[in-house]
Design a protein around this ligand. Structure first.
Ligand code: FAD
Length: 474
C-alpha cells in the first residue's frame, strides 16, 4: 500500500515564473534544476539581492531520494534558516541517532554506527553533538522551495531543452516552452541529467558498478534508532536495502542491486515487485513487508553511478551537486554534498558579480573542482573497496565504527565543511592527504585480492559458504 503523507497545500511554480510579456528574461544568475543544490545556491544569492532564475521541470515536493542526512547537513540547513528540530516537531522528519547495519546471512552480527561513546565524544568535540535527521523529502523540499522563492528567486516551471554554447561559455538556457533565459552566470543543478557536462562533452571517472534501485513507501514505524542498512552477500556484487523511518508512521524501503545482478534477477523473477520482495525477504526482520506489497503498491525505480566529472565549471558557469559529483547512496552524504557545493558555488558567483568580473575566479574554480573531486573520489573509492568489494562487513561491528569515525562521518566530511583551501599551497596539502588515503585503499584492495586468491576464493567479498550461495544466485 502506498502511503499518502500529510501534504501541505502544494505551492505551484506556475505563479512564480515569468511570461514573455514580462520583458527580457535576463538575470544575474540562471539556475537549471531546483533540487537541494540549486535551491541552496538560489536562496543564498537571492538573499544578497541578486536577480536569480530557477528553471525546474517538476512541481515542488515531487519525490526525490536522499532522506537520511549526515551530521553536516543540519549545519548548512541552519545557515539557510531551517531548524531541523522544528521539522521533527512538525512531522516532516525524524531524528537520526546513527545507522544500524545488519547482514542477511549473519544473524546477530550488527554494527551500530553513530551510537558509540567514542563517536559521540568526537562529535561533541567538534560541535556536532545534536542528532541529525531523516527527512520526508516531499515535505521538506517544499520548505526549501519556499525559502528560495521568499528570498526573491523567480521560478520557471519548464524543462531546459538545450544549453546554448558560446565556445566554453554558456550563452543562454532554452526552455521547452520556447522561452530563452540569459544571465551573467549559469548554474547546472540538474542532478544526474548533468545538462552542462553533456552539452560541453565533459567526461567522468566512474567508481564501481552502476546500481539499480527499487523503492516503496509503507505505513510503518520503527524504534527511532536510525537508518537501517541491510546487507546481502548472496549476489555477485554486494547488495543492500535501506529502510528509513522518514516521518510519523511513514517508512521508506529501497533495494540497491548492481546492474548486472539486477538483470539476472529480472530474467529469473520477472517483475520489479517480485525482485523487491525477493531481496527484502532475505532479511527475517523485513517480513512485515510481505502483506503490504500488493499489485497496487507503487514502486519507484532509478539507477545511480558513482562518479566525478572531469570538469565542473567554465568561465561563466558552474555545476553543483550530482550534476558533477555522485557520492554513493549508502554514505548518506549526497544531500550534504549538494548543499556544500551549492554554498561554495554561490560564493564564487557572488564574488564575481560583486567585482563585476566577466568570469569566475580561475583559482576559485580550480579549488572548487579539485577539492570536491578529491573528497568524492576518496569516499566513493573507500566505500567501493572496503564495503562493496572488501571483507570489511565480516568484521564490521568493530571496523565500521572505526572507519566511520575516521573517514566518513568525522574527518573528511567535517573537514570539508569547516575548511576550504584559499591558496594553491593549501590545496596541495589537502590533495596530499586525499592521495595518502587513496593509496591506502588501493593497497588494502590489492592485499585483499591476493589473500583471496591464495585461499582459492572467487571473490574476496565472500566467506566460502557465502560464495557457494552466490554461485547459485548470480
Ligand atoms: C537511491 C539513492 C538513495 C540516496 N539516499 C541518500 C541519503 O539517504 N542521504 C543523502 O544524503 N543522499 C542520498 N542520496 C543522494 C542524494 O539524493 C543526492 O545527492 C541529492 O539529492 C542530489 O541533489 P541535487 O540537487 O544535486 O540533484 P537532484 O535532487 O537530482 O535535483 C536535480 C533537479 O533538476 C531537475 N532537472 C533535471 N533536468 C532538468 C531539466 N532539463 N530542466 C529542468 N529541470 C531539470 C530535476 O527535476 C531535479 O529537481 C541518494 C541517492 C540515491 C540515488
Amino acid at each position: 500500500m502506498q502511503v499518502q503523507p500529510p501534504q501541505p497545500t502544494q505551492p505551484s511554480m506556475e505563479d512564480a515564473g515569468a511570461r514573455p510579456e514580462d520583458g527580457p528574461l535576463h538575470f544575474d544568475v540562471a539556475v537549471a534544476g531546483g533540487g537541494v543544490g540549486g535551491l541552496a545556491l538560489a536562496t543564498r544569492l537571492a538573499r544578497e539581492g541578486r536577480r536569480v532564475a530557477v528553471v525546474e521541470r517538476a512541481e515542488p515536493g515531487t519525490f526525490r531520494v536522499g532522506e537520511s542526512l549526515d551530521w553536516e547537513a543540519p549545519v548548512f540547513l541552519a545557515r539557510l534558516g531551517f531548524d531541523v528540530e522544528r521539522w521533527v516537531a512538525e512531522g516532516k522528519a525524524t531524528f537520526k541517532g546513527g545507522a544500524v547495519v545488519s547482514n542477511a546471512a549473519q544473524p546477530g552480527v550488527r554494527a551500530e554506527i553513530g551510537f558509540s561513546a567514542p563517536f559521540r565524544a568526537l562529535m561533541t568535540l567538534v560541535g556536532r553533538a545534536s542528532p541529525t535527521i531523516h527527512a520526508n523529502r516531499e515535505l521538506v523540499d517544499v520548505d526549501l522551495f519556499e525559502a528560495a522563492r521568499g528570498a526573491g528567486a523567480r521560478f520557471f516551471r519548464a524543462k531546459v531543452r538545450a544549453v546554448e554554447r558560446e565556445g566554453d561559455r554558456v550563452g543562454a538556457l532554452l526552455l521547452d516552452d520556447g522561452r530563452r533565459l540569459t544571465a551573467a552566470y549559469y548554474v547546472d543543478a540538474t542532478g544526474a541529467a548533468a545538462l552542462f557536462r553533456r552539452a560541453f562533452g565533459i567526461g567522468q571517472d566512474e567508481i564501481g558498478p552502476r546500481k539499480v534501485v527499487v523503492r516503496a513507501r509503507f505505513p510503518h514505524a520503527y524504534d527511532g534508532l536510525g537508518t537501517r542498512i541491510r546487507t546481502d552477500d548472496t549476489l555477485s556484487e554486494a547488495a543492500w536495502i535501506w529502510d528509513i523511518h522518514v516521518s510519523d508512521g511513514v517508512t521508506d524501503v529501497g533495494i540497491v542491486v548492481a546492474e548486472r545482478d539486477f538483470a539476472a534477477l529480472r530474467k529469473r523473477l520477472g517483475s520489479l515487485r517480485a525482485i523487491f520482495l525477493h531481496q527484502c525477504l532475505k532479511h527475517d526482520d523485513l517480513a512485515w513487508i510481505e502483506p503490504l506489497v500488493t499489485e497496487d503498491t507503487e514502486l519507484w525505480t532509478c539507477s545511480f553511478q558513482n562518479m566525478v566529472s572531469h570538469g565542473s565549471s567554465g568561465p561563466n558557469w558552474i555545476a553543483v551537486g550530482e550534476a558533477a559529483f555522485v557520492v554513493d547512496a549508502i554514505l548518506s552524504s549526497g544531500f550534504t554534498m549538494s548543499l556544500r557545493t551549492g554554498f561554495r558555488a554561490a560564493d564564487l558567483v557572488s564574488e564575481a558579480l560583486r567585482k563585476g568580473a566577466p568570469q569566475l575566479s580561475r583559482l576559485g574554480r580550480r579549488i572548487y573542482h579539485e577539492k570536491t573531486r578529491a573528497q568524492v573520489r576518496t569516499i566513493d573509492g573507500l566505500i567501493d573497496v572496503l564495503w562493496y568489494r572488501g571483507r570489511l562487513r565480516e568484521h564490521y561491528s568493530l571496523m565500521m565504527n572505526v572507519v566511520s569515525i575516521l573517514f566518513f562521518n568525522f574527518n573528511l566530511n567535517h573537514l570539508h565543511t569547516r575548511w576550504t583551501p584559499r591558496t594553491r599551497l593549501e590545496l596541495a596539502a589537502l590533495l596530499a592527504l586525499h592521495g595518502a588515503i587513496d593509496r591506502f585503499a588501493r593497497a588494502y584492495d590489492r592485499t585483499l585480492h591476493a589473500l583471496a586468491r591464495r585461499r582459492g576464493l572467487r571473490n574476496p567479498n565472500f566467506a566460502p559458504a557465502l560464495a557457494r550461495e552466490a554461485g547459485a544466485e548470480a
